[in-house]
Design a protein around this ligand. Structure first.
Ligand code: ADP
Length: 369
């Protein structure tokens, strides 16, 4: 009897002890969960403060939508514009709220990208933080629309000018006075031809930008291709007594559209020849650079001042507008578009007084093609 009671008490005690242990473990788990939540909250607050101080450094109205996401890309926190304009509520999965492939790519890569969502354009920057990802979005719809309007206007004006200019050119040919031609006549025709070239260039640029000009790729061998361009420019460089130096390895091939790649090379050569004073030197080099072939045009002209370097690829940018010299300020803009349409890059280097060096890349023909 005594033994039975002792056994029962023992079992009860053991049961209570086990219960206590489970309770203790649960409490520990609960405390751990609370600590974890506090840690996340602290990290969230710290990240928010960090962004806030970062934002202070930006222009007012710079960044509109801000979001902090967890590792599963679920929204932890969103500012008011993100909630109102993008319907990004905390707790939702971001890609459910904004199912945009551009955004998915941006989150997987981190960095900066343009995101098209509904009728708007956003410039997005993503970064990693301790709990997941951060995302800042700037609404660039207005700029995009202004750019499109400007492009359309230029294309339309150029298009409408083309026919009357061609007609004037024809009529002038019919009205050509008898020999000897007055000097003013030559000038008239010269200026008209310049205007026609400018209009055609603007139209080409508009078509390239609108993607209406699919590139017709073919394998091009660099050496004969560059040589043919040098010959085309012979009257210009010979008249100035320039020396042409070519450093072009044999067997270097690119995969390019000859017409557009030619516009890039042609415009660089045209500038180098135009800006180099008589007796100077223009040099063309090419080399293989992994999956690319780099082509460099350098000269011994006045060079490009450092403050102009970032701007020379802009449309209509000319350093000295009043000096004339026949340039339209479109050459390098076209060269950049043509190179970028091939996926390549174009860069300018110059130390004032020591000439200019322009380098662009085109995709190399891979072995066995
Ligand atoms: P442009 O028709 O005026 O030459 P580009 O777009 O080809 O227009 O060039 C823009 C500007 O860049 C030029 O007006 C000139 O100031 C500068 N530039 C371009 N190439 C050279 C060069 N080789 N040497 C010096 N300046 C150059």
């Amino acid at each position: 009897m005594m033994i039975g009671i002792t056994l029962l008490i023992g079992i009860l005690l053991l049961g209570a002890l086990a219960g206590l242990l489970v309770l203790h473990r649960r409490q520990r788990q609960l405390e751990e969960a609370v600590r974890e939540a506090q840690r996340t909250r602290r990290a969230l607050a710290a990240e928010r403060d960090r962004i806030a101080s970062w934002l202070e450094g930006l222009k007012p109205g710079g960044v509109e939508a801000l979001l902090l996401l967890d590792q599963d890309q679920r929204i932890l926190w969103a500012n008011r514009p993100a909630m109102e304009q993008l319907n990004a509520r905390p707790g939702r999965a971001l890609l459910e709220a904004i199912p945009s492939p551009d955004l998915e790519t941006l989150l997987n890569a981190t960095g900066t990208a343009e995101i098209r969502w509904r009728d708007r354009w956003w410039l997005g920057t993503s970064w990693a933080w301790s709990e997941g990802w951060g995302l800042a979005l700037i609404d660039i719809t207005r700029q995009r629309e202004a750019e499109r309007a400007r492009r359309e206007l230029t294309a339309n004006v150029a298009h409408d000018l083309r026919t009357p200019l061609a007609t004037i050119r024809l009529l002038l040919d019919e009205l050509k006075p008898a020999d000897p031609l007055p000097a003013s006549w030559e000038r008239l025709i010269g200026e008209l031809d310049r205007l026609i070239r400018l209009v055609n260039t603007l139209l080409d640029l508009a078509r390239l930008e609108a993607g209406e000009w699919p590139l017709a790729y073919e394998a091009l061998e660099i050496r004969p291709w560059v040589q043919s361009w040098i010959e085309r420019f012979a009257p210009l460089w010979q008249a100035k007594g320039l020396t042409i130096q070519l450093d072009l390895p044999e067997g270097l091939w690119v995969w390019a559209d000859p017409e557009w790649a030619g516009r890039a090379l042609g415009n660089l050569l045209d500038n180098a020849i135009r800006f180099t004073p008589p007796g100077g030197e223009v040099r063309v080099r090419a080399w293989s650079d992994g999956e690319w072939v780099a082509i460099e045009v350098s000269d011994t002209g006045p060079g490009i001042p450092p403050e102009d370097l970032p701007r020379i690829f802009e449309r209509f940018y000319r350093r000295d507008r009043h000096r004339g010299g026949g340039g339209s300020g479109l050459g390098l803009a076209i060269a950049r578009h043509a190179v970028e349409a091939h996926g390549g890059r174009i860069q300018a280097f110059s130390e004032p007084g020591r000439g200019a060096r322009l380098v662009f890349t085109l995709p190399a023909v891979s072995e066995g093609v």
